[in-house]
Design a protein. Structure first.
Length: 438
């Protein structure tokens, strides 16, 4: 009988029954052993790993993915990988600068139809009407204000004096000016009382200012913290030439110390970008004096980012010096002191402009991004493409941009880049009224 037939047919005998029972016992033992093996395998999988030998790489296997679409929680005690910190976006701030603003005519012109007060005729928006758009959207606009604001009568022994009604402070705010420096040779023409009236008039219209050897920290809307320092200290050519060589040297050294101290003070106050407003140079000249160049460059060496220089009543070169920017002379702006600047003999006497720098702030640091210049004429009643003053020219005190690329535009730009070949305007202070007030 084959094995096959024996397993399938015939009656069961006792030995067959025993074999059957033994087979069932083996199967039962195998069934009981399977769960035990799985439990042992699971225990081995989560057991602590043996220390890796020195020099070997040890790692822990990642747990199996959870049976769901949700992301698994990080392994207990292990932080999730932090997201990379985004680089702060750069912020840009435009600072604009214009020259000397004297919002009055000299006393000998009071009441004349060509006088500043007569031309303005109470319209505070008139002087900046053709340039206000440049200042409305910038962050800070700076001007040099020469003269006083007061409704009280004052007299002075000075040759040139500029006394305006207190309400003329509105000319500056209407024009978009945010800050004026009072550190110049005309601020004290009428004495301390007139100066106090002037600062009160500026405060009344909420116009920022700083006087002689003073600082100001400017910030608006959480923007750039701009520190401004103003200094005259009789560093102008005419004031220094009456001093001895030793006195001039002492004056320069004293001024250097003042500038350096002011820069440190502004930085301690949190200023991110610092500007020195210096009043110096020689009137009528298209290039800076040696002292002017030395002091402006020293200001940058001392840590100032920008130097804004006034006094010459003429445009002078701009210079990128080290990490700073220097504008040596901004000329006049709305300037009642000259009914016909240069008396028709100086081709560049009406040339002026708007200097602008763009400052970039990123990651807590501010730096110069770019700069530009917009050539303008002191007056709007001229040919803005090709204008050369003549003895019959009249200043209507309303600065206006020249036509880009025109002869007048090119002339003003040549002053800024230092290539202007015109003669300086020599002022004879022995006969100053005739020389400076045509």
């Amino acid at each position: 009988m084959s094995k096959r037939n024996r397993r399938r047919g015939g009656s069961r005998t006792v030995p067959a029954i025993l074999l059957t029972l033994l087979s069932l016992a083996v199967v039962a033992l195998m069934i009981l052993r399977i769960p035990a093996m799985k439990r042992a395998e699971a225990a081995e999988a989560f057991a602590p790993a043996s220390p890796a030998p020195t020099g070997a790489v040890s790692h822990t296997a990642e747990p199996s993915a959870a049976p769901s679409d949700a992301e698994p929680d990080p392994t207990p005690g292990q932080d999730a990988t932090p997201a990379p910190t985004a680089e702060p976006k750069p912020e840009y701030f435009t600072i604009s600068m214009v020259g000397d603003c004297s919002m009055a005519s000299n006393p000998d012109k009071k009441g004349w139809a060509i006088a500043y007060e007569s031309v303005i005729n109470g319209d505070y928006s008139y002087p900046f009407a053709n340039t206000k758009s440049y200042f409305e959207d910038d962050y800070l606009t700076i001007a040099n204000m020469e003269g006083n604001l007061s409704d009280r009568p004052y007299s002075s022994i000075e040759w040139f004096t500029f006394l305006s009604p207190a309400a003329y402070a509105n000319i500056l705010t209407e024009g978009g000016v945010d800050f004026v420096t009072l550190a110049n040779n005309h601020t004290m023409d009428f004495g301390q009382n007139a100066y106090n009236d002037t600062t009160a008039a500026l405060d009344a219209v909420d116009l920022a200012w700083a006087g002689e050897n003073e600082t100001y920290l400017y910030q608006t809307g959480g923007g750039l913290k701009v520190g401004l320092y103003c200094l005259y200290n009789r560093l102008t050519y005419n004031s220094m030439t009456i001093l001895s060589a030793d006195a001039q040297k002492k004056l320069v050294e004293e001024s250097r110390e003042l500038i350096s101290h002011a820069e440190k003070e502004l930085r301690e106050q949190g200023a991110e970008y610092v500007i020195a407003c210096l009043h110096m140079g020689r009137e009528g000249f298209y290039e800076p004096t040696e002292v002017q160049t030395e002091m402006c460059r020293y200001a940058v060496d001392a840590g100032f980012d920008l130097v804004y220089c006034t006094h010459a009543h003429r445009l002078q070169p701009a210079e990128k010096y080290k990490d700073g920017m220097i504008f040596y002379g901004m000329g006049n702006w709305t300037f009642g002191g000259h009914t016909n600047p240069g008396n028709g003999t100086d081709p560049g006497a009406y040339d002026t402009g708007i200097a602008r720098v763009t400052v970039c702030r990123q990651s807590g640091k501010a730096r110069l991004e770019s700069f530009d210049f917009i050539p303008c004429c002191l007056s709007s009643n001229v040919d803005l493409t090709d204008f050369t003053p003549n003895p019959n020219s009249l200043n209507n005190y309303q600065p206006t941009p020249y036509v880009q690329g025109g002869k007048s535009w090119e002339r003003a730009m040549s002053m800024l880049n230092g290539t202007y070949a015109g003669a300086n305007y020599i002022t004879d202070y022995g006969n100053v009224l005739q020389a400076m007030n045509g």
